[in-house]
Design a protein around this ligand. Sequence first.
Ligand code: RB5
Length: 143
Amino acid sequence: MKIAVASDHGGFALKEGIKEFLASRGVEIADLGTHTEQPVDYPIYGKACAEAVATGEADGGIAVCGTGIGVSIAANKVRGIRCALCTDAHMAALAKRHNNANMLALGGRTTGIEKAAEIIGTWLDTEFEGGRHQRRVDMLDEM
Ligand code: RB5
């Protein structure tokens, strides 16, 4: 499994921690930047991560900015992307079970690495339920 990760400066430190967590689980990582804490524009990184997922270059994506809000808005503009901004593992489980979220957005200034690891681990380990949820996900993908 390959996961694309990207962040702006507000998410950079958390992204680095996320890479360590993913590596500890044996996940292949595509780091799409940013690579320093110099200020950059979050739409660029949310979009880059989303495009890696939408094109199939990555199996899933994790985008991080200060709050997770900006990168989630950017990612969800890319066709085929269902990016869920999660602040706890329960949200991450439902984002996969019901929404088949193919991306997570996290906030580097709102979520610590331990919580982020719980969220990501839950998202990776949870299966989409399909059934009635498939119809709703299909509706999203038609928009
Ligand atoms: C950058 O200061 C901050 O606005 C950004 O990281 C993010 O929180 C936007 O949603």
